[in-house]
Design a protein around this ligand. Structure first.
Ligand code: IPM
Ligand code: MG
Length: 360
């Protein structure tokens, strides 16, 4: 069976890191058919829209999407609908990619890269399960209007709507519990139930879903405390499940604990297990095209793609082992380089992973 992989390189360092991940996937000889399409600012420049119809059609038809990154300063002044970020939001919505898995794993070789003390982060291994198609990101109404009543009546106001339907909370809670089941069986649900109705509702539903998972230890934490605990004692967490907005913020924080956002992959899945796989970092336009970017997060995203969308666990393991091997061999891109290790560029890092794969 041939699997179609939509390759959407995007902007900034996107093309160069995706190229390395695609080389790694090709080397495994798995009957993958790659089809490439523009997305983000690059698509706007070529076709006048960050998510052109042909790109969306390819994404919908593919078994999985290998995504680089979108965004570049030059597009920041466009109206919101045409900004590069709309491509990723549009894909999430159109494909129903509701479950976002963001591992924050500290590789022992990179313990010194963290801005926290090595003894605080040693052994860190967290997965953040972020709901990705609901919440204030997509709630309506939203906009800018003349305030209808109250103290600010008549004045202009900006507003958004935070909301979650019960079925949306249930399905992401199930993903959280199932993810915890495959790990240390600890799930922490993060909300702001002391203030927000949406959050109290979220918490009630998560508690209800927990009855199906008596083997998983469930806890709850307010988001402000979770932000603090992540830097105070991050190893207390195994799996965190949370809504779209809180997950956006906490996953960046968790990523930085590892000191190397250039190392972290992510998966966004729908109910059919179609998925979009992208590095957790952004498009870094300032270093684009200079052979400086770290391709490992994208290569590890390709491993997640094989594992979650194509059910190919064995080659996924091989990719992850090859990445560990190049780190053990002392190879580092500039973002993770330290004294006593060998600084390499994007291309050379890709070469090294390929070599390690062939040895395995
Ligand atoms: C992320 C990003 C996106 C988000 C932006 C680019 C819309 O920050 O994937 O975390 O907020 O979800
Ligand atoms: Mg974010």
């Amino acid at each position: 069976m041939t699997h179609t992989i939509a390759v959407l390189p995007g902007d900034g360092i996107g093309p160069e890191i995706v190229e390395q991940a695609q080389r790694v996937l090709s080397a495994l000889q798995l009957n993958l058919k790659f089809e490439t399409a523009p997305v983000g600012g690059a698509a706007y420049a070529a076709h006048g829209h960050p998510l052109p119809p042909a790109t969306l059609e390819l994404a919908q038809r593919a078994n999985a999407i290998l995504f680089g990154a979108v965004g570049d300063f030059q597009y920041d002044k466009l109206e919101r609908e045409l900004r590069p970020e709309q491509a990723i939001l549009g894909l999430r919505k159109a494909l129903g990619l509701f479950a976002n898995l963001r591992p924050a794993l500290l590789y022992p070789e990179l313990a010194n890269a963290s801005s926290l003390k090595p003894e605080v982060v040693a052994g860190l291994d967290i997965v953040i399960v972020r709901e990705l198609t609901g919440d204030i990101y997509f709630g309506s109404p939203r906009g800018v209007r003349s305030a209808p009543d109250g103290k600010f009546a008549g004045e202009r106001e900006g507003f958004d709507t935070m909301r979650y339907a019960e079925s949306e909370v249930r399905r992401i809670a199930h993903i959280g519990f199932e993810t915890a089941r495959k790990r240390q069986r600890k799930l922490c649900s993060v909300d702001k139930a002391n203030v927000l109705e949406t959050s109290q509702f979220w918490r009630d539903i998560v508690i209800d879903v927990a009855r199906d998972y008596p083997d998983v230890e469930l806890s709850h934490m307010y988001v402000d405390n979770a932000a603090m605990q992540l830097v105070r004692a991050p190893r207390q967490f195994d799996v965190i499940v949370t809504g779209n907005l809180f997950g956006d913020i906490l996953s960046d924080e968790a990523a930085m604990l590892t000191g190397s956002i250039g190392m972290l992959p992510s998966a966004s899945l729908n109910e059919q297990r179609q998925g979009l796989y992208e590095p957790s970092h952004g498009s870094a336009p300032d270093i684009a095209g200079q052979d400086l970017a770290n391709p490992l997060a994208t290569i590890l995203s390709a491993a997640m793609l094989l594992r979650y969308s194509l059910d190919l666990a064995e080659p996924a393991d091989r990719i992850e082992a090859a990445v560990r091997q190049v780190l053990a061999d002392g190879l580092r891109t500039p973002d993770i380089h330290e004294e006593g290790t060998v600084k390499v560029g994007t291309q050379a890092m890709g070469d090294a992973v390929l070599k390690a794969l062939n040895r395995s």
